[in-house]
Design a protein around this ligand. Structure first.
Ligand SMILES: Cc1cc2nc3c(=O)[nH]c(=O)nc-3n(C[C@H](O)[C@H](O)[C@H](O)COP(=O)(O)OP(=O)(O)OC[C@H]3O[C@@H](n4cnc5c(N)ncnc54)[C@H](O)[C@@H]3O)c2cc1C
Length: 379
């Protein structure tokens, strides 16, 4: 990719990670963002890096991509922090998936059994030890799966650090660009922005999150990415220390370095409306005291929401667009875009440099897989 000019559409975590990778590969890189950098899902995320907890079903290619990404995280964050001089607040907290009833323990054990084969190192923690590990938990918790390698970052700080690192390495940013249109030209790609100005590039990477579906016409096939709203809140004040990420079947809680406790996240379909509703937050507040009695009657000091980019099968679209070798898409990371940013940007870096990609990755995340499936169905 050295010497190429790469335009990246979308200034969320995926666009920034791809920019960081591309500029280090020697490309001239411009990130074009209609709004504020990190102003959508990436700035709203809880920042959990939890491949074991998030993948309860099976060891498929997606699970392995999540694992690969978790393994890359410490070194990746170190690089970003070294270049930017800013901290992403990576915390190796481990996680506890808590069972409140004996009947909830079996599914957790089943998950643990298959994940052990993939280095989960998880263990079942009985009540006595659990309450020593996480003293603020309700005495009604009967057991938990402890996953020692799951971690978290402070997502808005990671975004800020990535942007700063990219700027230091020479990435150009065109934020608040307004309406964006893309044109294929004889020499590559021309992006026209709201002001009427244009940006030219040899290669284009579409990282537009929940808005990637707007590029279906350009790509030449449907992109079934749709927004799933997530509402989330945070408590502050004098709170007991919550050392691990704590998951119940209904919500999660993450203690951040600044002393706040983040609680997320609801899921609903509200189109592109990313406002916070009483109903969404109250749902989270209802579950809190059951796990953490100190949350009884406590109101969050912050409430916010973001739009997760969801696909029909829950997997992202990562790949070169068939028939258009100068266009790559990396979008649709749904609940795991923060976790998946190092692995995604590594794949995009390989695609830009035209290096070989493992065939299972190419197939599982093929951008046109839904179009191909519906064509097969029609035959
Ligand atoms: C409440 C909540 C909690 C979450 N918690 C976690 C978590 O703990 N761990 C985790 O891994 N993930 C989490 N996620 C998911 C994660 O936030 C997303 O998967 C990730 O941010 C997606 O990154 P992105 O860059 O693709 O999307 P975004 O951050 O949404 O960025 C896409 C960008 O594209 C821009 N754009 C819009 N229209 C266009 C256009 N026409 N052309 C170009 N660009 C455009 C947008 O303005 C936006 O800035 C959470 C999400 C939510 C909402």
């Amino acid at each position: 990719m050295a010497g190429h000019s790469v335009v990246i559409l979308g200034g969320g975590i995926i666009g920034l990670s791809c920019a960081f990778e591309a500029v280090q590969g020697g490309a001239r890189v411009t990130v074009v963002e209609p709004g504020a950098i990190g102003g959508q899902a990436s700035g709203a995320a809880a920042g959990m890096l939890a491949p074991y907890t998030e993948n309860a079903e099976q060891p498929d290619t997606f699970f392995r991509l999540c694992l690969d990404s978790l393994k890359r995280y410490p070194e990746w964050v170190e690089r970003i922090e070294a270049v930017s001089g800013l901290s992403a607040e990576l915390v190796s907290s481990g996680s506890l998936s808590v069972a409140m009833h004996e009947a909830d323990v079996l599914p957790l054990q089943t998950r643990m059994a298959w994940q052990h084969r993939f280095g989960a190192d998880a263990e079942l923690v009985e009540a006595g030890r659990l309450h020593k590990m996480e003293p603020a938990l309700s005495s009604r918790a009967v057991a938990a799966i402890y996953s020692p390698h799951e971690s978290h970052v402070y997502a808005p700080k990671l975004v800020e650090a990535l942007e700063a690192a990219c700027r230091k390495l020479g990435v150009q940013f065109v934020a608040h660009a307004g309406d964006i249109t893309v044109h294929n030209t004889d020499n590559g790609i021309r992006i026209r922005i709201g002001s009427g100005e244009h940006i030219d590039g040899d290669k284009l990477v579409v990282c537009a999150g929940a808005w990637a579906c707007y590029y279906a016409e350009l790509l030449g096939f449907p992109i079934p990415i749709h927004p799933i709203r997530g509402q989330i809140c945070a408590f502050d004040g004098t709170l007991p220390d919550v050392k691990h990420m704590v998951f119940s079947s209904q919500a999660y809680w993450v203690g951040k370095r600044n002393g706040s406790l983040v609680c997320g996240a609801s899921e609903d379909v509200a189109g592109y409306d990313n406002s916070v509703t009483e109903r969404g937050i109250n749902r989270l507040l209802r579950w809190g005291p059951g796990l953490f009695p100190f949350l009884e009657g406590k109101q969050p000091y912050l409430r916010w929401a973001g739009l997760r980019p969801a696909t029909l099968d829950g997997y992202p679209l990562i790949g070169t667009v068939p028939g258009q070798p100068n266009i790559i898409i990396a979008a649709g990371h749904y609940r795991n875009g923060i976790l998946l940013s190092p692995a995604t940007s590594a794949i995009v870096g390989d695609l830009l440099a035209e290096r070989r990609i493992a065939s299972d990755l190419l197939m599982a995340f093929a951008p046109d897989r839904f179009a191909l499936a519906s064509a097969r169905g029609a035959r």
